[in-house]
Every structure is written in structure tokens, then in C-alpha cells.
Design a protein around this ligand. Structure first.
Ligand SMILES: Nc1ncnc2c1ncn2[C@@H]1O[C@H](COP(=O)(O)OP(=O)(O)OP(=O)(O)O)[C@@H](O)[C@H]1O
Length: 502
């Protein structure tokens, strides 16, 4: 196949890792001035493709790429940057305590001497920021920006110094942690970048976004390019079928409705980000907690699990008070916790999947060898149930794709049969098939008598899988939605409006 003369063309892009072919002969054309969505199940090769473009990985011999008809040197970060390829990864790489100007200066050609020309730097920063986000004070520390503003700042920083249209802007799941109302703010900026002629490669697991922002969509499956279409000539259903390799039925199972005895209580719990919180969590219940960044939603499960020490209050599990701020005490009482940033806080990357799944079991060394084979079998069953790919217990955790790492850590707590499960963003970065598997597993855990508390920035997910959703604002619960009042829109609007403590 010949390369198209404008935009980015990939031909025969392949990449093999030991024992794993991540990409197999991918041909892809991304046209100038278009937003091109790249979809695919966890482990389908999206990150590998991006890492090759960024020069982080070298592709297999025979892989070629052209930018506006010129051959691209692959496997070199410097060559990628020089050609105008720009990347915004999920970890935005911003420094929260530095202001907008200083964050813009970091990593640019001004770094190291920007302070010599402070006024010029500030003026340039102001101009760039104003182009992409009106009304932001460039002297504000980045920690005070909203999540969408931080992402926009990361886009501004990567586009910095590109005098005209860049060769390509790659956005890797930019909305994974954005609340619904912030997504539009980001999209506005993506459109402005697109209008400059810069093509945007937009990687996402959120299919509704494809129809809002993209012109063209491509799907990878098992390292192969299996589908491309103009967005206005396809449907969500067709995309799901190509991603999963089979049609999927209803994504969300009905939430469990029969709640049993109270398993966890919080009374007067105050801590960083949370004020005077009372909460009852019942056996058989999936309770959702929504809220904007800074509402206390992010801190809630950490305080209940003991990863953060509450200033005041009492927490009981099945009627017995637990020692506050002591995760081992919580685990012994039957509590499992999945943090949002699980790669940082929850996994041991260089151990195997089995070791990661069985991590909290801590059996005595003398007993461990007896059950090793049974343990491997059991772990494999759990990996398959959550559609971890490959479901290979002996694989090193760090070699799994992001979504598969996520499902592996979740398998740990589900396998353990924890009676209280505190889960932050349980499906973040997970593909549509994996989401369905996770929702089914969570429903099964609830029907088996576990009590689940799920915090999520995905309002639709909460509205669909929970019988009740609490909305937090300023560290307090300000709305309790259930039955007919529980809708995606109601969650979003309660998150945005002042409420009275519920
Ligand atoms: N360093 C590595 N060593 C071995 N295998 C790897 C390595 N990096 C990636 N892989 C494998 O390559 C395949 C593609 O992974 P990749 O991270 O590109 O998937 P992805 O589509 O980005 O998934 P996700 O949506 O979960 O982020 C996976 O099977 C993964 O396990």
C-alpha cells in the first residue's frame, strides 16, 4: 500500500516483545486537520503504537512511517519531536506547586534560562494560555486549576514552540479522570488545535466521546488494524463489535436491590477533604459516591480504609470499631481497597500476576508451597473471569497493558472474598468488554453478601450499577439519589450545585 501524501501514514507497523506480538502489520492514515479516534480492547496495542511514534520503542524491521510524505525516523524521541509529533499522556507531568508560566517553561527550549527573561516568558505564556483557555491567571499554582484546565495546560506545553501546525498531537485517554461537565471544556480546546491544521490522534475507551469529537475512527484488535470509518458512517454498536470481536449485549447489569445488615458504619468522620461524615453501608449493596475534584470523593475511601488517618470519628465493620488509620486492621476486618492510582499505590510491578493477586494473603512460608499449584489455578480462574489478557498467572505485572493491570488488582480483592469493598474508579482505563466483566463480578460479589462502596467520575456508570448514589461537595454528602431520582443528569447537576448536607 502506498503512503498518503499528507498527514501521518503508518505502513506495516509491527512490534514484538518476548513471547508477545503487540502490533502486527498496522497500516493507518491520519489526515491533517482531523481528530482520529483510536480504539481497542485492553492489550490491543494502542500504547505500543503511541510509544513507537514517541520514539520510546523501536518497531520491528519493515515498519515505516511518513509525515506529509517525508519518511519518519522511528525509535528516536529527538527525531519524533523534531518532526512535530507531540504527546499528552495520562500522567500530565505537571508540577502542582509551580504556577502556569513555570509549568509551561518546563521542558521547553526556554527551560534553564526562562528566569532571565521573565517578562517575555510571562507574556508568551499568557498569549498561549489565552488562546487555549480564556480567563486563567497564569500566576496561579497549577494545583488550583480544574482537571480539564490541567489537561489543557499540558496540551499548551507540548504545543509550545511549534511555530505553525504541529505534525500530530496525540492525546492518550485525556478524559479518563475528567468529570462529565469538564469534558466539553477540553473538547473546545481540541477543536481549536484541530482548526490550526494539526491532526489529533485521540485514544479513548469512552465510545460516546468518539461521536462528539472525532471525524474518523480506527480500531485495533490483538495488534491488528481491524476497522476504520468516518464517524458519521458508523454506530456505537458496530464499534463495540469490532473492539470486542463479538457483539456484546447490555453493558450494565441491573443493580442489586435487596440490602441486608449494615456492614460498615462511619460516624462523625473528619479528615483531609472530608467533614463530619456519617455513612451506613449494607451487605448486598453497591453504594456509589460522586463529586467533583476536591469534593472529598477522592479522600473518602482512603479514610475509611485507613490509608489516611481521620482527625475524628468512628468506623465500625460488622459492629466492631476498627483502629483508625491502620490498613492492616481494616484488611483483617475484611475490608478490601482499590485505589484510583493502583499502579502507584497498589501493585508490585516486577512481581508476577499471581503474586499481585495473592498479595494480601500473606500465608506462612512453610504452608505456601503446598498450595502453590491450586493457587495458580485459582488465580487463572479469576483472571479469566475479569477478562485479563493474557490470563497468565506467571506473567510479570509490569508487562500487562494498563487496563489489564487494573483488572488484575481488582481480581485480588474479589478473590479474597472481602466483605467490604471500597473501590475508587474501578473501570478506569478498562475496555468495554472488560467493563461488562467487572460490573458482573461486582454484582455477583454484592449478591454474595459483600458491601461495595464505589467512587467514580463516570456519572453514567454510577447511575446504572448502583441502587443509591451519594453526591459530595465541600467534604460533605449533599445529595442522596435513588429510585427515579437517580439519573446521570441528576448526579452531574447535584455535583455542580450547592446543596444542604444530606
Ligand atoms: N514491555 C513489554 N513487555 C512485554 N509485553 C508487553 C510490553 N509492553 C506491552 N506488552 C504487551 O503488548 C500488548 C499490547 O499492549 P498495549 O499496552 O499496547 O495495549 P493497549 O491497547 O494500550 O491497552 P490498554 O487499553 O489496557 O492501555 C499487551 O499484550 C501487553 O501485555
Amino acid at each position: 500500500m502506498s503512503q498518503s501524501s499528507v498527514g501521518l501514514s503508518l505502513r506495516g507497523m509491527s512490534k514484538s516483545f518476548p513471547g508477545q506480538r503487540a502490533l502486527a502489520g498496522v497500516d493507518l492514515d491520519i489526515l491533517p486537520g482531523t481528530v482520529h479516534a483510536l480504539l481497542g480492547a485492553n492489550g490491543s496495542g494502542k500504547s505500543t503504537l503511541i510509544k513507537i511514534l514517541a520514539g520510546y520503542h523501536s518497531p520491528d524491521p519493515g515498519s515505516t512511517a511518513y509525515l506529509n510524505g517525508e519518511p519518519l525516523t522511528l525509535g528516536s524521541a529527538t527525531a519524533a519531536h523534531r518532526a512535530g509529533l507531540r504527546f499528552v499522556h495520562q500522567d500530565l507531568g505537571l508540577i502542582p506547586d509551580l504556577n502556569v508560566i513555570d509549568n509551561l517553561a518546563l521542558g521547553s527550549e526556554y527551560a534553564g534560562k526562562w528566569w532571565l527573561s521573565g517578562r517575555r516568558e510571562a507574556a508568551a505564556a499568557r498569549e498561549l494560555v489565552q488562546m487555549l483557555m480564556d480567563g486563567v491567571d497564569v500566576r496561579r499554582p497549577v494545583r488550583e486549576l480544574s482537571p480539564a484546565q490541567k489537561t489543557i495546560l499540558a496540551i499548551a506545553r507540548t504545543l509550545r514552540g511549534t511555530s505553525s501546525a504541529a505534525g500530530l498531537l496525540v492525546l492518550d485517554e485525556p478524559t479518563a479522570t475528567l468529570p462529565a461537565h469538564e469534558v466539553d471544556v477540553l473538547f473546545e480546546v481540541v477543536r481549536r488545535v484541530q482548526a490550526t491544521g494539526t491532526p489529533v490522534l485521540y485514544v479513548t475507551h469512552r465510545l460516546d466521546e468518539v461521536f462528539q469529537i472525532a471525524d474518523t475512527v480506527s480500531v485495533l484488535r490483538d495488534g491488528r488494524h481491524v476497522f476504520s470509518s468516518a464517524v458519521n458512517q458508523t454506530t456505537q454498536r458496530e464499534l463495540v463489535t469490532h473492539i470486542a470481536g463479538r457483539p456484546l449485549d447490555e453493558l450494565y447489569p441491573a443493580p442489586p436491590t435487596s440490602a441486608g445488615a449494615v456492614l460498615l458504619t462511619a460516624r462523625g468522620v473528619s479528615g483531609r477533604g472530608v467533614r463530619d461524615l456519617d455513612l451506613d453501608l449494607h451487605a448486598g449493596e453497591i453504594l456509589g459516591v460522586a463529586g467533583l475534584d476536591g469534593s472529598g470523593r477522592d479522600e473518602l475511601n482512603r479514610l475509611l480504609f485507613g490509608q489516611q488517618l481521620p482527625f475524628a470519628g468512628q468506623i465500625t465493620i460488622a459492629g466492631t470499631p476498627v483502629t483508625l488509620g491502620q490498613p492492616p486492621a481494616s484488611i483483617s476486618a475484611g475490608v478490601g481497597y482499590l485505589p484510583a492510582d493502583r499502579r502507584l499505590h497498589s501493585a508490585t510491578p516486577y512481581m508476577t500476576l499471581t503474586e499481585n493477586v495473592t498479595l494480601p494473603d500473606l500465608p506462612s512460608p512453610s504452608l505456601r508451597w503446598i498450595s502453590l499449584r491450586a493457587e495458580q489455578r485459582d488465580v487463572r480462574t479469576w483472571l479469566k473471569r475479569l477478562e485479563v489478557s493474557p490470563a497468565a498467572p506467571e506473567r510479570q505485572f509490569s508487562t500487562l497493558s494498563g487496563g489489564n493491570q487494573q483488572k488484575t488488582v481488582l481480581a485480588r480483592w474479589l478473590r479474597r472474598g472481602s466483605r467490604v469493598l471500597l473501590l475508587d474508579e474501578p473501570t478506569q482505563g478498562v475496555d468495554v468488554g472488560g467493563k461488562q466483566a467487572i460490573y458482573n463480578a461486582l454484582g455477583q460479589a454484592a449478591r454474595g453478601g459483600a458491601a461495595l462502596l464505589i467512587t467514580s467520575s463516570d456519572a453514567e456508570e454510577l447511575a446504572e450499577i448502583c441502587a443509591t448514589v451519594l453526591v459530595m461537595r465541600d467534604g460533605r454528602i449533599t445529595a442522596r439519589l435513588s429510585g427515579p431520582t437517580l439519573t446521570t443528569d441528576a448526579i452531574v447537576s447535584a455535583s455542580l450545585t450547592e446543596g444542604t448536607p444530606a
